[in-house]
Write a protein that binds this ligand. Structure first.
Ligand code: GDP
Ligand code: MG
Length: 291
């Protein structure tokens, strides 16, 4: 209001302000330029980096979905999650379980009741981490779309159609399921986990220049040729920021859809911990600035 009154009365030194503004803008340019040289991306992700042919293929109403289940000591949930994946409303699917040298009896369950229900079970001979298990599983995938499905019961395979929709419409190369958008009923989650996730997502967004709401989500789906063209370097949970940085750098068309989340506690087998949070920060810096 003061600004308008001053302007109307002629007492507002408009020219001076414009000159100050221009000077400030000009002096900022070298700083912004230096930041962009340092690896930050200021341009919008492009949509033309991938061939029209593959985009056309995915306009099929029933693409084949490869579901990769990394699994480590999940004897209480592995049968339930495989049953839920089996009965998810997707016509063509391939289920690949990668066991990362479980020691709690999960291997016996996999070899017994699970084997007839899935397409492949791959066994690691020593424990390497979720990222390493995904590297193995993704290399074996043959579907049009690849999705990651944890072996716990935190995410609902009944929601795969939500994640597939942007692919089927030919709009997306990568789709993330976000636990923080949408209006579906959801049980409350740990506050400190949510806050940690927000910090990591925000930091990742600052470097990738894409506005995700849930960088750490398990539900990440990709066109197969995209995820198979990426060399996954992180063996553990650093996979999440690594893959986000890499698909952002590739200029993939990334979509987010709201999904449900039924978080589990450490007493129920949760393995990700605070050390993984520090590793995530390191990975955000490494894969955005140093590549
Ligand atoms: N292959 C493999 N999977 C793991 C390992 N640690 C955890 N996982 C799997 O990664 C998934 C996510 O683990 P979780 O502790 O629930 O972490 P969050 O869901 O990301 O919070 C589950 O399917 C675990 O079985 C590991 O060392 N190797
Ligand atoms: Mg989990």
């Amino acid at each position: 209001m003061m600004f308008l009154l001053q302007l109307m009365s002629g007492s507002f030194p408009a020219q001076e302000y414009i000159i100050y503004g221009l000077a400030l803008k000009t002096s900022c340019y070298p700083f912004i330029y230096r930041l962009s040289c340092f690896g930050l991306r200021w341009k919008r992700p492009s949509s033309d980096n991938f061939g029209r042919k593959t985009i056309m293929n995915l306009q099929s109403p029933s693409p084949k979905l490869s579901i990769i289940i990394p699994c480590f000591n999940e004897r209480d949930t592995i049968e339930k999650i495989v049953a839920a994946v089996r009965s998810s409303p997707i016509q063509y699917k391939e289920i690949i379980v990668v066991d990362d040298c479980s020691k709690d009896g999960t291997r016996d369950i996999l070899a017994g009741t699970i084997a007839p229900l899935v397409d492949k079970i791959i066994y690691h001979d020593h424990n390497q981490g979720k990222g390493a298990a995904l590297r193995t599983g993704i290399a074996a995938a043959t579907g049009d779309i690849v999705i990651i499905q944890d072996a716990d019961l935190e995410y609902d395979p009944g929601e795969y159609p939500l994640l597939l929709e942007p692919f089927i419409q030919g709009k997306a190369d990568v789709v993330f399921g976000s636990r923080f958008v949408g209006s579906r009923p959801a049980p409350v989650a740990y506050y400190w986990h949510s806050l940690g996730n927000w910090v990591l997502t925000t930091l990742s967004n600052m470097f990738t220049n894409i506005n995700l709401t849930d960088m750490e989500t398990c539900y990440k789906a990709f066109r197969r040729e995209i995820i198979q063209s990426i060399q996954i370097e992180e063996n553990r949970f650093g996979f999440e920021p690594e893959i986000v940085a890499k698909v952002a750098k590739m200029g993939c068309r990334i979509y987010e859809v709201g999904i449900s989340y039924y978080g589990r506690g450490y007493s129920e087998g949760k393995k990700i911990g605070w050390k993984d949070g520090f590793r995530a920060i390191y990975c955000i810096l490494k894969y955005n600035l140093c590549r």
